[in-house]
Design a protein around this ligand. Structure first.
Ligand code: MG
Length: 478
């Protein structure tokens, strides 16, 4: 089927399904109990924001005073990872606490869309909002979903009481008369894009003005916090930007020394300020954990419209550090100590486990979980035990980190024309001494390689037989 026709049918399905399921949120079950000892939780997730794109991570010309203040009042992680190098698997990992290979969500949904597949986050996956909902939390999502655009996969089917946002990336439905290829990305013309805006499961606007999205997301988030201030709440705000095409509202466009990319990030920073100010004004700061991160590294092939991985190598799409190590900031005045730079490794998958524990929610016992409870790191009370971190590209394991050593079994640039290269022996880098992954130490460190091999073998033993949807792909999408 023609991909555009397939998408239109999918959107029609969303509208029809939504008409029949408007009572879903009201039926989700709510204890009504106000349990102040359990924190409110806000996760703010940027899209394609690089490790080096914030002032507090060293960017010289993007101004991020609100995120810098958040870091100064809380904890900034230097070794914080998304569990994937592109959008869809990263989001699956965040919400399930598991490597995307376990859920089958290890490839981007753009491919699924083009093939008219009914693919999306499987219903049997346990999501963080589902766990929190059962504990009486109000759960809201604002922003980009990208875990399946068909009705059966949208946020209200995965534990969110409310949803407002785009079902996938902002570049996935160009207008028919938009220029072909890359030209439309640099044109800064909203008329070239028609990604629908949903509320719940209904299409509210088939082609929203993307220049207003960051502001509208912030307003929705603030409204949700105000409305739910008396009950414990979970808010997942997944920004559309700085994924290309870039758009900022009039108040920010043309203002940043870092150009349009800077304008966009500075507006995101403003929106973080709006949220933290709301939390403070409502007197909720002593019982609200806020975490800020990004789904993957910067999309470097978009030149000045892509971000920066700072000192890290490569970017989005790759398993070099720049593809998966991202900003990570935690804020909870009175609980998370102020001004701490945390060098211990942590991942977005840990947020699943940590937030469930903080909410008193039982963790699923019938499946492997990869996130660990990082409360001791967050609260400065101790360390956590972690086996290793594994870098997948799609369903293929490319690299693994154990302590400061990282082995690359396969290497490939994020979006370049190069083919995958299998390294034998693997390349080995010391990420403390060499965060830019320049100096291969494999020949001098056979013991480090051996220990990583053993960790990989233990990890592989926990994987089920690959589900049918796990297929190798060379497609590099967004
Ligand atoms: Mg992304």
């Amino acid at each position: 089927m023609n991909p555009k026709r397939a998408l239109l049918l999918g959107i029609a399905g969303i509208v029809l399904w939504g008409a029949d399921h408007r009572g879903l949120a009201a039926d989700s079950g709510r204890s009504g109990a106000n349990r102040p000892e359990r924190p409110n939780i806000i996760v703010i997730y940027a899209d394609d924001l690089g490790y080096g794109d914030l002032g507090c991570y060293g960017h010289p010309s993007i101004r991020t005073p609100h995120l810098d203040r958040m870091a100064a009042e809380g904890m900034r992680f230097t070794d914080f990872y998304s569990a994937a190098e592109v959008c869809t698997p990263s989001r699956a990992a965040l919400l399930t606490g598991r490597y995307p290979i376990r859920s089958g969500m290890c490839h981007n949904q753009y491919r699924v869309l083009r093939n008219n597949s009914a693919g999306g986050l499987p219903a049997e996956e346990a999501t963080l909002p589902e766990l929190l909902q059962r504990q009486g939390y109000a759960t809201g999502m604002v922003g980009k979903w990208h875990l399946g655009h068909l009705p059966q996969h949208l946020p209200p089917r995965h534990g969110f009481d409310s949803y407002f946002g785009l079902p996938f990336s902002n570049d996935m439905m160009p207008a028919p008369d938009a220029p072909k290829g890359r030209e439309k990305f640099f044109a800064e013309d909203n008329a070239f894009w028609r990604t629908p805006l949903l509320r719940g499961t209904n299409v509210m606007e088939p082609a929203p003005d993307q220049r207003q999205l960051t502001r509208r997301y912030a307003e929705e988030a603030v409204r949700f916090i105000r409305e739910q201030r008396r009950a414990p709440f979970f808010l997942y705000l997944a920004h559309t930007f700085p994924h290309v095409p870039l758009f900022a509202s009039d108040g920010f466009r043309g203002r940043s020394p870092a150009g349009l990319y800077g304008d966009v990030v500075e507006e995101l920073d403003w929106s973080v300020g709006q949220i933290l100010d709301t939390v403070r004004r409502l007197g909720l700061e002593k019982k609200t954990l806020v975490v800020f991160s990004s789904d993957n590294g910067p999309w470097l092939i978009f030149n000045h419209h892509g971000g920066s991985a700072g000192p890290l190598r490569e970017g989005k799409g790759s398993t070099w550090e720049g593809g998966m190590r991202v900003p990570g900031i935690a804020w909870w005045p009175g609980r998370v100590p102020a001004g701490v730079v945390q060098h211990e490794m942590a991942t977005t998958m840990d947020l699943f486990t940590t937030c469930a524990r903080l909410a008193g929610a039982p963790l699923p016992q019938d499946r492997p979980l990869d996130g660990v409870d990082i409360s001791p790191l967050l609260f400065g009370t101790g360390t956590v035990s972690r086996e290793a971190f594994f870098y997948y590209r799609g369903s293929t394991l490319y690299a693994a980190r154990l302590g400061s050593w990282k082995a690359h079994f396969i290497t490939r640039s994020g979006y370049g024309p190069d083919k995958p290269v299998t390294n034998s022996p693997p390349l080995l880098f010391h990420l403390g001494e060499d965060p830019g992954e320049k100096f291969d130490r494999a020949s001098a460190q056979p013991e480090a390689l051996l220990k990583i091999d053993e960790a990989v073998a233990r990890h592989r033993a926990t994987l089920r037989a690959a589900p049918s949807q796990l297929v190798e792909t060379t497609a590099r999408t967004n």
